[in-house]
Write a protein that binds this ligand. Sequence first.
Ligand code: FES
Length: 107
Amino acid sequence: MPKITFVEFDGTKTTVDAQEGESVMSVAVANGIDAVVAECGGSMMCATCHCYVDDAWAEKTGERMDGEDDMLECAASELRETSRLSCQIKITDELDGLIVHLPEDQI
Ligand code: FES
C-alpha cells in the first residue's frame, strides 16, 4: 500500500496510506488534510487542490494533464515548476513514499 506524505505550509507532516488508483487529492481529503480544499471534487474546475510535488518525485508523477496549466493559473498561491493539481495525480505503487508540499492558501 503506497504511503504519501503531505507537508503543510507550517511544516506539519502527515504520512498516510493510499490505494492505487486514487488521486492524491482524494487521499488528502479522506485523511482530513485541510490544506487541500478540492471544491470541485476532482473535475479540474477549481485549483483548490494545488500542491507542489517534492523535487525528488517530480519526474515520477509525470507531466501536467491537458488543461491543468490553465486551471493552475487560477491558483491562490504562487505557481512553481512542480505545481500540480493533486486531483490529477493518480497513485501507483511507483509513487510509494511520494512527498507533496501544500501551499499557504487555496482560496
Ligand atoms: S479538486 Fe478541483 S481542480 Fe482538483
